[in-house]
Design a protein around this ligand. Structure first.
Ligand code: B4P
Length: 190
């Protein structure tokens, strides 16, 4: 099984590169951001709670996203592997993911971290905000808050995978094809 964690700050290109990885390796894409936006679109109670936090640039509680991922793993028992996009975003989520996979006789193969500087992130997200309709992309202050949340709570997740010798850093600036070629090189090591 190929289980990849696609990691990086908001706007690093995780969603963009996930599409290429699905096409090439036939993996199931699990994006907690997309799952949460699905709940918002359906107007569920979970979605209403999540929207408030997302619009403030804050993370949604660990238990909520871990529950969503657990449900999706159970629903895709025959998958060749998974791309975890935007998850885990805290060390607690990373530890929970290890436990969930272990209980299914599986594990994370590798983490691929996309490195992009803050100015470029802000530029990309504001650009996306013009036509995506995503309220969390529209305001520079909220974008800076999301980047701060990433530095405070999510960046330490890299050390979690470094400790397991699964961390791989990729330059996330360049053309989408160049970046995908670098990601493919990493995945083919495993
Ligand atoms: P996410 O939906 O995960 O999204 P993201 O971090 O904003 O973006 P991503 O990195 O996928 O960027 P993309 O490829 O689209 O999170 C949204 C919110 O949900 C979070 O803030 C949080 O509140 C909540 N949430 C999600 N998961 C959670 C969790 N596990 N725990 C708690 N809360 C959670 O790229 C961005 C833009 O850049 C696009 O417009 C793209 O076209 C462009 N781009 C991509 N690659 C490029 C390149 N090489 N050059 C130029 N532009 C590029």
């Amino acid at each position: 099984m190929l289980n990849l964690v696609l990691f990086g700050p908001p706007g690093a290109g995780k969603g963009t590169q996930s599409k290429n990885l699905i096409d090439k390796y036939g993996l199931i894409h699990l994006s907690t951001g997309d799952l949460l936006r699905g709940e918002i679109a359906e107007g569920t109670e979970l979605g209403l709670e999540a929207k408030k936090l997302m619009d403030e640039g804050k993370l949604v509680p660990d238990a909520v996203v871990i529950g969503m991922i657990s449900h999706k793993l159970d629903a895709n028992k025959d998958a060749k592997g998974f791309i975890f996009d935007g998850f885990p975003r805290t060390v607690a989520q990373a530890a929970a993911l290890d436990e969930l996979l272990e209980s299914k006789g599986s594990s994370i193969t590798a983490m691929v971290a996309l490195e992009v500087n803050d100015n470029e992130l802000e530029h990309r997200l504001l650009l996306r905000g013009k036509d995506s309709g995503r309220s969390d992309d529209a305001n520079p202050e909220i974008i800076r808050k999301r980047i701060k949340e990433y530095n405070d709570k999510t960046a330490p997740v890299a050390d979690f995978y470094r400790g397991q010798d699964k961390f791989n850093s990729i330059n996330g600036i360049g053309s989408i094809d160049e970046i995908f070629a670098a990601i493919s090189e990493v995945t083919e090591k495993y």
